[in-house]
Design a protein around this ligand. Structure first.
Ligand SMILES: [Mg+2]
Length: 248
């Protein structure tokens, strides 16, 4: 007997996509392409806005005495400014910060990489056929990831199966709240106009499953590598193939 639902909410990292794609491909790509990206786009309006955001963030970090803050030297020579941007971005990335300024520039560098084919969004082999099957069955598919909505769309627009954006009815990031808080899931339920028992949430993180469960959503835990837990209170699967859900 399958679950009868109206919508499936999906995490990305560790659920649709290997954690290593984000950690070992996307983030290193920013580091290795930062300087050439700056050089190539230096005089564009978009770059000027990106620099303005980084400079404002750095000024704020200085005011807040953030330890190790690297200033963005807007008033100095082009070369000094460029170098200070590189240092600032690498510093922010070393702390895994999620500032708007950093995310905006990262998104632009990834867009560049996806567009010229150097980046291809990774999804596990079981994901595409199951998403198609669920969508064809009438289920609505939504993404909820801590990566920005812009970055989520880039990933699914540029997969080895082509552009998969048409499969999804909506994308959510931490704009609706942190993934470990039940209120975030209630916010999503409001947005998608579903009752909690009409939605299943796929994630690899127990704390996220717990938060979704508190909101009334049915969580299913993805355990992509490694053994299933014998004590988990939630259904566990190692692949989307094992998820039996029908449209209610
Ligand atoms: Mg995850």
């Amino acid at each position: 007997m399958g679950l009868k639902k109206k919508a499936i909410l999906l995490d990305i990292e560790g659920t649709t996509t290997s954690i290593s794609f984000v950690k070992d491909v996307l983030f290193p790509y920013v580091k290795t392409h930062l300087e050439s990206y700056l050089n190539k786009n230096w005089n564009t309006d978009e770059m000027k806005l990106d620099i303005k955001l980084l400079a404002e963030q750095a000024d704020q970090d200085i005011v807040n005495n953030v330890p190790g803050v690297v200033p963005v030297k807007e008033t100095e020579s082009e070369q000094a400014l460029k170098q200070s941007i590189i240092s600032n971005v690498l510093w922010q990335m070393s702390l895994d910060r999620k500032t708007k300024a950093l995310k905006t520039l990262q998104g632009h560098i990834w867009l560049d990489g996806y567009n010229d084919g150097q980046l291809v969004g990774h999804i596990y082999p079981d994901v595409f056929p199951c998403l198609l099957k669920w969508k064809d069955a009438g289920l609505k598919l939504y993404i909820y990831s801590s990566g920005s909505v812009a970055a989520q769309k880039l990933l699914f627009k540029h997969t080895e199966h082509g552009d998969l954006l048409h499969l999804f009815s909506g994308f959510f990031d931490t704009g609706v709240g942190p993934k470990v808080e039940s209120t975030s899931y209630r916010n999503i339920l409001n947005e998608v106009s579903c009752d909690p028992d009409q939605v299943v949430f796929l994630t690899d993180i127990v704390k996220e499953a717990e938060a979704a469960n508190v909101s009334g959503i049915t969580p299913i835990l993805l355990v992509r590598d490694g053994p299933l837990s014998s004590t988990s209170q939630f259904t566990q699967v190692s692949s989307f193939d094992q998820i039996d859900v029908e449209c209610s």
